[in-house]
Design a binder for this molecule. Sequence first.
Ligand code: ZN
Length: 126
Amino acid sequence: MVNIPGYRASRDAFRVRTPMRCPICEGELRNVLVRDLGGVTADIVWQLHAGECPEHGWFQTEVVSRPPREIFPVTKPFGAARRLVVEGQEFFSFSTVWNDLPPQERRKPVDPLDAKYWRRRPLSRS
Ligand SMILES: [Zn+2]
């Protein structure tokens, strides 16, 4: 469940682009919505990204100065989490390759919107 206190409609913006892709088919998302939650200072990026895959539905993630660790299937933009079944396996979230970076790499300054960190890890889990 995603709950956003202090919801402000004026902070939602339809953007042309998000680094987020559908975690199932890696297709581009449509109806992309970015909610700017603002940072304490200007150099803190704090955003919610949501977008819709025509085939697999809505997904969202949160960016807090760092690329997201997980992408979540949701019922609607900024809505409740939903369950996705992929190849017989249940998923409530999809982790990104950002998790695979060694800690010393993750501490370096990076562009949190750099798409290469947003790719999902392979689905197969041992
Ligand atoms: Zn898809």
